[in-house]
Design a protein around this ligand. Sequence first.
Ligand code: NAD
Ligand code: DAU
Length: 338
Amino acid sequence: MAKLNKTILITGGAGFIGTNFIHYILEKYPRYRIINLDKLTYAGNLANLADISNNSRYQFIKGDIADETTVQRIFKTKKPQIVVNFAAESHVDRSILDPQAFMRSNIFGVYILLEAVKKYGIGRFIQISTDEVYGSVAKGKPNEQARLLPSSPYSSAKASADLLCQSYYKTFHLPILITRSSNNFGPWQYPEKLIPLFITNLLENKPIPLYGTGKNIRDWIYVIDNCRGIDLVWHKGKIGEIYNLGGYNEKNNLEITNVILDKLNKNKSWIKRVADRPGHDLRYALNNQKIRRLGWKPIYSFAKGMRLTIDWYQQHQDWWTKIKSGVYRQYYKKQYKK
Ligand code: NAD
Ligand code: DAU
């Protein structure tokens, strides 16, 4: 085996994007070693990584980024050169119902990571942020200098983390980079988010709850395109900079719903109109020019990404039925007691 030349600490790697990113990096860089630190919240799932659990270049550590002792021990003993922070509470509806965990993981957890970076030093710290920090966009596409106007406890916690990272760059010269992507879709997304929820509900012959008018617009990016963008920012991005990663696929929720209904041969009677999300942002959009200048553009069309995604959920019913019935959660409670 080739000599390993880099240790990367990936936090939140048992979630949707982290899982895709770990697979992508292990495949693309045969000399990188990955340590995955994940708290295994309801959204973290080791079944996603079962295929690489015996890979000598991969190690899983159960732990919380907001736990200083754990984080400092990992920096001291594993000496990562790069940190990519995916760890966060990620679901807007949950942040409206119960924001506390969002403050702890999405803000305090980032502070704990930054303090460890300050103490032990590393080559690059990549903070995975979101287009939601710009808030609802009435017209045009915000670039990286646009004002932050987050609407939900989730997005305001993410915006806070971005500011914290920028302050550690300015004050302590930490090697920070921030990516802000639009709505991801693809394999391993937890079936509480719009696309996997609607696909899996229809496969179970259950109605699909469409919020409000269904006219809210999101810019969709296939998850592998986001992984490619993060990889590029990590290897070619300028320290201290923010990079938007938008898919340039603006669709409203009704359009997304119709694509899924169509592919699964279901009619519109499966749509159940439900009350709107409080503070529901009407539109997200991103200006991509900066990352394009670095050499990135999406390679998955929306249609191809949706085909791959719907096929994946059809072929992995075991994965999502276990999640929906709570089987994995009970298993991790037993196996991974602290
Ligand atoms: P996810 O909810 O699927 O996964 C989050 C992961 O983080 C889980 O494995 C969870 O166990 C872990 N985690 C949560 N709190 C933790 C903590 N305190 N310590 C360690 N691990 C913890 O989320 P996702 O959709 O994969 O999103 C990953 C990141 O990307 C998040 O930071 C999110 O804000 C950002 N993001 C997501 C999207 C999207 O469309 N999904 C778009 C833009 C940005
Ligand atoms: O924009 C990036 C963000 O995308 C990420 O930062 C978040 O982590 C991620 O969860 C996602 O947030 P959204 O709120 O945009 O995604 P969600 O899938 O929850 O909702 C997408 C749209 O679909 C939104 O307008 C609300 C609507 N919706 C959602 C659900 C779950 C429904 O109509 N019905 C639903 O049941």
